[in-house]
Design a binder for this molecule. Sequence first.
Ligand code: ADP
Length: 586
Amino acid sequence: MEKPKHVLLKFLKISFKAYKPYFFVLFFQILINSLMTLFGAYTLSLLISQMEKGVYRNAIFTGLFLVGVEVILSLLNHLSIRLVVVHQIKMSEAIDQVLSKKIMELPFQYLEDPYYLELKKNAEMGVNNMGALYSLMASGAKILSSIVSIIGLVSIIITFDWMLVIVLGVGILLNILIVYFMMKSQVKFYKELLPINFKYGYYLNTLMSPTQCKDFRLYNIGVLLEKNLNSFSKELAHNFRKSNLKMRLYDSLMSTLRYIQMAIIYSMVGIRTITKHLPISSFSLTISSALSFSDCITNIIQSSGDYIRAIEYISPLVELMGISTQEEDGKEILESLDTISFDHVYFKYPKTESYVLEDVSFEIKKGEKISIVGLNGAGKTTIVKLICRLYSVTQGEIRINGIPIQRYQKDHYIKTISAVFQDYKLFSYSIKENIHPEIEESALNSICEEVGIKESIEALPKKYDSVLSKNYEEGGVDLSGGQKQKIAIARALAKQADLLILDEPTSALDPLAEAEIYENFNKMVLHKTAIYISHRMSSSIFCDKILVLDNGKVSHFDTHENLMKDKSSLYYKLFTSQAKNYELNA
Ligand code: ADP
């Protein structure tokens, strides 16, 4: 994964837009921290200066005043820490929301692309599991407040002797050099660590995931997982040991440098104070400023490590947020569907070489029921994805009422289409909300009756208000695969769309329920146009026409009776082989 440029700037822009108050609180904290550092440098020298003057009464008042200011500053510091913690949580939530919104708005193709799926996972991990958000902000704030303090301290030191600034400056340069090598080695370390950490996270999440418990127990995945986790732990420990050793070396080098620098400063300040007969207070102010200066440099160095690591973790989020979600939209309004036609459509998935659909042409008229059949991988679902505008055709045109579909306003367009995909999802809301939040009770009852789920729903204690899934609601219900599929079909019917697409809608249903659904189909969809994709060939008998797909090409588009006349056709073979199976099973 390539690291995007200017991660910090982009991240600040994203987070500032997401939640502004956090930045004001952070600014407040930086201000208080810097004030405390500068105040710390002044305190002792102020007291000494009063005592030097011999005005002990004033010294007592100054002492009391200083204690008062110290108390106020430390109260403000505690307040700023508390505010930062509270707003940190709000900021995390805001970023989560921004991320979810972005994922919802991403063009669909990204959500089927392994690179972007990995990026999405890493972005979520970086934000939620690695504490990168907090780490980045906290280390950034520490670095910033140290820089502000350094500016203040330098202005104190320079008034005493500008040569001291040169000594401190040389110290900084040497420190920067050491930090540069330190950072280089840290970046290398975290780059190596990132994939191990993500894998570690995956295995840990898998271990915790309730949906994977069954397979876990049945296939003894625990042993494999434990092995993986152990090997990752060893790898992590080895990497950490190596990196720690290096860091200790750099630390010792910096400490030595610090001691040498302080020795030089003490000598210079001492000699100057004695030779120039300067007051002790100015000796104390300069020395405490130099000490604080050196503390600030140590702070910057320590925070830089956290900062670099956080930047590594935050980069996937920044890259994901940088993806453009601006899709071209049409202007035409689609009121109702009269015809839908494929005109020499060619399609290949992004980043792939071969065509999944080649020269596909057919037309469906209002009210017709069409079945699409073909072997696995023939391109049936791809046709549905194209109709739903999840992808755009590579060549050719799909038209509704004679107008290319991309010329319609997407929102209007989507309202005309209802689809149940093989991998449909229901949500952890009530059954009614899943079907249609604003549906009238009578309509809800009749749709559920038509799909054959009314009785089972009414047997539940909370009936249509039962929340799907026990995860988020006490008293929630876990329905069977078949029942869920019926609810998904009810949801598609409740949308009142002109075109209804059912992609393998009955795969989880038992044969009786399946037969019931098909018998009711025509009643359910009434005058609507419908496209069915089903592995059960018998379902095509109910359809006006059948589109036979063979390896991405249209082999036939005709009625069941006509297709059965050609005994060498793919349709005949598919139909008779399955019919035989049914006879055998009967
Ligand atoms: P069917 O529904 O007939 O089983 P699909 O339309 O799902 O077939 O798939 C047709 C072909 O396109 C298959 O070879 C499948 O592997 C490929 N395919 C499906 N989705 C993607 C995708 N997102 N990226 C790349 N290839 C895909």
